[in-house]
Design a protein around this ligand. Sequence first.
Ligand SMILES: Cc1ncc(COP(=O)(O)O)c(C=O)c1O
Length: 368
Amino acid sequence: MRRFFRPTWAEIDLGALVGNLRLLRKRVGPRVKVMFVVKANAYGHDATLCALAAQKARAADWLGVSSVEEGVALRGTGVRLPILILGSLYPFESVLAAAAHDLTPSVASLESAKRVAEAALRLRRKINIHVKVDTGMGRIGLRPDAALALVRDLSVMKGIRVQGLYTHMAKAEDDRGFTARQLKAFNGVVRSLGRDGLRPPLVHAANSSATLRHPEARFDLVRPGLAAYGLLDGFAPVLTLKSKLVYIKTAPKGATVSYGATWRAKRVSRIATLPIGYGDGYPRALSNRASVLVGGKRCPVVGRVTMDQTMIDVTGAPRARVGEDAVLLGSQEGSVVPASELARLSGTIAYETVTALSSRVPRTGVGA
Ligand SMILES: Cc1ncc(COP(=O)(O)O)c(C=O)c1O
C-alpha cells in the first residue's frame, strides 16, 4: 500500500542536514566531536531518517535523545552511533533497558548512580555515564560543588565509568555575561577534577548557539540541534511542509470563511482548501495571519485554521488550480516561509513550530 494518500507531507532534505553537520564539524575542527541532538523525533524531522543519514555520512559522532524510549527506537532501526540520554531516567526502572541497548545515561544524583551501578552488577560489565552539572539552567543537574563530590564518589564505585561531564547553556544566543558565568562555574568543576586526575574524557557544554558564538564552550564535544536542522542563520533549512490545493471555489464579495466567520471577502475571491490543520500541528494561532506559497506566490490564510483543513486566498496566484503544490513552511520557487516567521506569528519559537508537527504528517527523505 502507498505510504500515504492525503497530499500533506513534510520533505526532509537529508543532503541539507548532512551539509549542516559537516559545516558544524568544519567550524569546531577535528579535535571536537559532534553530538547530533535528535530528541523529540529530531525536532519533528523524523529521528530515524535523520540519525541514519548522519550515521551513513559519518557526519556525527554521537546522538542525543531525551529518553530511553527514544534511544531504544533508534537502536531498532539500525543506529549504532553512541547515544546519550539527555533527560532524567527517573524512576530508574529503565536503567537496565538503557544499558541493554547500549544507551548512555545522564546521572544527576547519587541515587541514579547507585541504580546504574546495580544494573552494571547484574549485567556484569561497566556502564558509561555522563554527569550533568547545573550552572544556571535550573533543570536536572547537580550544582557545581555537588557534582564535584559525586564524580569523586563515583570514581571508586564499582560498575560505573564517568565518561562524560556536561552542562547546558540557558542564554547562549543572546547573553554573553550569563554564558560566561555558566562557563566559569563549569570550568571550576572541570579544573578541580583535572587536579585530582579525574577529568572525564568527554567534557561538553555547547548547544548550537554556544558552539557558534562561544568557541570556549566547545571543550571535547558539541551538541547541536537547531543549526543541524537549518534553523539558524547560515545553515540550510531541512524541513519543507507541503500540501496540495484539493478544492477551489469562487467566493462572492461578502462571503465568509471557516468557523466563527472571522474572514469576509472584500472582493470576489478564489478560495482554496488545503488538507492540513491543527491536527497536523499547523497552529490555529496562524488563522488569518500566516501565508502559504503557491507557485512561489504568498497566499494569505483566510479564516480559522480548522483541525484538518485550512483555507487560503489564491486570488493573486495565477497558477492556483486543484492539484497544485502548496508550501506552508519552507521555500518554493525563490520565495520562503521560514519556521521563524510561523513561530513569531503564533507566539512561539522555531523549536516548537517544527517539533509540533504531528505524527499524522508523513516525513519523506529527499536529497540523500
Ligand atoms: C541538553 C541539550 N543539549 C543540546 C541541545 C541542542 O540545543 P540547540 O537545538 O539549541 O542546538 C538541547 C536542546 O534543547 C539540549 O536539551
